[in-house]
Design a protein around this ligand. Sequence first.
Ligand code: SF4
Length: 321
Amino acid sequence: MQWTDLKARLLSAGSARITGEPAEQYIARSVAGPGAGGSGVVFFAMGSHRVKFALNPLSAVEIAHRGNGVADLYFEGTLIPGRLLEPGCHCPDQAFITVTGSCRFHCRYCPVPKLGGKRKTIEEIMGMIESVRRRISAISITSGVLETIEEEESYVLEVVKSLQDYDLPIGVSIYPTDQTPDRLKALGVVEVKFNIEAATPTLFAKQCPGLDYTQLWQVLDRSVELFGKNRVFSNVIIGLGETDGEMEACIKRLTSHGIIPVLRPLNPAAELTDAPRPSAERLKKIFGIHERELARTGLDPREALTMCTNCTGCDLVPGRD
Ligand code: SF4
């Protein structure tokens, strides 16, 4: 089976169970992204490819750990030899840090507001980076919104200022103000991700009450002016009720604006716990559109230095998968 087919099926399955040797050092406790707040996540790699799973003892996907990270994945009657990756902070190769692990907004699919996590101090963040410094090639920063969007931005800017001595590329994904791209650029941030989340404004309004779709597009456009080609990203969730045609139109709009879409299969959580995961067939179809539109607009996810497009754990990424 080709990797793209396999990964589409594994992403659609979404979880795995670990058997065999103890694997604690390979388990990350996520406070952001798919699997946030659950019983942990693991990254399975086959060659240069990888996929992230939430751990679930009832999963149809089994990863048998043979020791020292060597692992066999069993799925649909196929054995795939590979290895477990040791996470840095949250994901392998990066310190991907959630500054504030709670949020005053209530996007319907997002488990973060219920996690009630706290805001990390700058000392805590630097300690986390120090603990993985020799294993990472980038620092990525994300955050919920503790009080207001403006107050959160200002705290994240303080955090970013304190990270400049590491001499690593820094990527930032927060809910932005109009000034966020300019302020991050002035601090030397190399990549930004501002998430439009849903393929249409109607779906966005339903899923993310209180947030502003039009302003996100304006901020993304300003980001492309400042950060340039292959340096601006936006998450769009697959499976919020959009049609394939609506997803295609959204991908075309993002790429024609110079923005690389990060197409994230819905992880049923929070108010959408009972929603279905997108099928492998749908993920493959949308991957084909994504690949075609990136090529047509001259965008290349392989250039990404930080955040999800560099990590590739949770999505099918053209050029990498
Ligand atoms: S793709 Fe993004 S959300 Fe998923 S593990 Fe990697 S960095 Fe985290």
